[in-house]
Write a protein that binds this ligand. Structure first.
Ligand code: ARG
Length: 461
């Protein structure tokens, strides 16, 4: 039976009923609806709508429902209830009779769904935050091991300056740290309970909304009921956070897809996470990385769908909102999955250090060092840049590295150059010179690693 039977003389058209139902989506809110319902029952006890015994029985039955059905979702889905709220209500009433109906005093599905969605976001975010920390740890493990592995750093996908693989990992740890902090901030803002807002204008019962919020683990309650039942900003925020993080994961994937290419050949992905071609026997494809990169679109799609869904809606609740679950769930499921898959990649790849170093050596990535050397001898950087460029052309012409050019030849371009230039031009020296905060030198890398390690240890507790 529907929740509004009294006002209607005819039953719903079966096609409309199917179209209107959201149970196949919002069954995922079962835990949250039961949590908020138990809290509500306690408030009904405070205002004497329920007796002590009645509240206890309702609470016990709600917990029983959760335990019985959480592993039996198909049974929920086979019911013809409109949504998870009505399903819980009818299951409760079936079990304890009329008393079950009392639970719905003063509460609307409008404040119920807004509350449940926030509870769901809080639960999901805990899992996601753990995955972010795990992924940071996996980057950290590589970063500790690969402090001496030199790779070329790129701009415009052209070899620019040498870096280390460790340093590359540290860059992603920093990106993920911003994602983590953004997520915490998002959660802080959504941690406000809408329950007790009623349908749109508040509840006529004299309830303690702050206590109600606390009972569900919220830090406070909302201040305007009209806004509370129609606010879905938190979905936009959480999906924006997810989108930014997915953008990071897509760049990570792209870097590794390139590192794994035959042309770069810096890394090898284990057989366990690669797949073959049905036609070309030699192929070992980085599908996992391409999928992370590709699935990013699903999260952006969710975010844009949400913006489109909410745009221009009149206050307050509109049934359009029912569609929000689909995109919220889709976006955050993809994000969680891709974080897990990124960890899997890091745990299943090997570095080809020799090849990395050779490539770093090949691209004249020490040309900036040559210019800096000239500057240290009193030449202006603009002139030094020009002279360096000429020497690079000479080296290309001779098919040699800069450090292989003869001193006499170098002197032809600038008489100031002395023997000490060769020390300057080694990759190691290029790295070691970058010793200001955030640079690639061994010392700075060590400082970054120590800070990250401390943070990770405290987060993993
Ligand atoms: N299934 C609905 C939703 O997800 C629950 C709220 C229904 N409220 C209403 N006034 N029809 O938005």
């Amino acid at each position: 039976m529907s929740l509004w039977g009294g006002r209607f003389k005819k039953v719903s058209n079966i096609h409309f009923k199917k179209f209107n139902n959201s149970l196949n989506m919002d069954y995922r809110l079962i835990k949250d609806d039961i949590k908020s319902s138990i809290a509500w029952s306690k408030i009904l006890l405070d205002i004497k709508i329920l007796t002590n015994c009645e509240q206890k029985l309702i609470e016990k039955t709600l917990k029983w429902i959760l335990k019985k059905y959480i592993c039996n979702i198909n049974e929920i889905l086979s019911s013809d209830s409109e949504d998870i709220h009505s399903w819980i209500e009818s299951t409760l009433v079936k079990k304890i009779g009329k008393l079950g109906k009392k639970l719905y005093t003063g509460r609307s599905r409008n404040d119920q769904i807004a509350t449940n969605l926030k509870l769901w976001c809080k639960r999901k975010s805990n899992r996601i935050l753990k995955e972010i920390i795990k992924l940071q740890r996996n980057f950290f493990n590589h970063a500790s091991l690969q402090q001496n592995t030199i790779i070329p750093g790129y701009t415009h996908l052209q070899r620019a300056q040498p870096i280390t693989f460790s340093y590359w990992c540290l860059a992603y740890i920093d990106m993920l740290e911003r994602d983590r902090l953004r997520m915490l901030d998002t959660i802080k803002r959504l941690d406000i309970s809408p329950l007790g807002s009623g349908a749109i204008a508040g509840t006529s019962w004299n309830i303690n909304r702050k206590k109600l919020a606390e009972l569900m683990g919220f830090s406070n309650c909302t201040t305007n009921a009209l806004d509370s039942v129609s606010d879905r900003d938190f979905i936009l925020e959480i999906l924006s956070t997810a989108s930014i993080s997915m953008m990071h994961l897509s760049r990570f994937s792209e870097d590794l897809i390139f590192y794994n290419s035959g042309e770069a050949n810096f890394i090898e992905l284990s057989d366990e996470i690669t797949s073959g071609s049905s036609l070309m026997p030699q192929k070992k494809n980085p599908d996992i990385l391409e999928l992370i990169r590709g699935k990013c679109s699903g999260v952006y799609g969710s975010l844009i769908s949400m913006f489109t869904l909410f745009k221009g809606l009149p206050l307050s609740y509109n049934k359009d909102f029912q569609e929000d679950k689909k995109y919220l769930f889709q976006g955050l499921d993809i994000w969680e999955d891709c974080l897990k898959m990124s960890s899997l990649v890091l745990n299943n790849m090997k570095l080809n250090s020799l090849r990395c170093k050779q490539t770093a050596q090949e691209g004249y990535s020490n040309a900036t060092e040559l210019a800096d050397y000239l500057v240290s001898k009193g030449i202006s950087f603009r002139d030094a840049h020009h002279i360096s460029g000429k020497i690079v052309i000479e080296a290309i012409h001779q098919n040699k590295y800069l450090e292989e050019l003869d001193l006499l030849l170098l002197k032809k371009y600038c008489s100031i150059i002395e023997k000490d230039i060769y020390q300057y031009l080694t990759l190691e020296s290029c790295l070691e010179k970058k010793n200001a905060i955030g640079g690639v030198s061994k010392i700075q890398t060590k400082i970054a690693l120590d800070n990250i390690e401390k943070r990770l240890i405290s987060l993993e507790k």
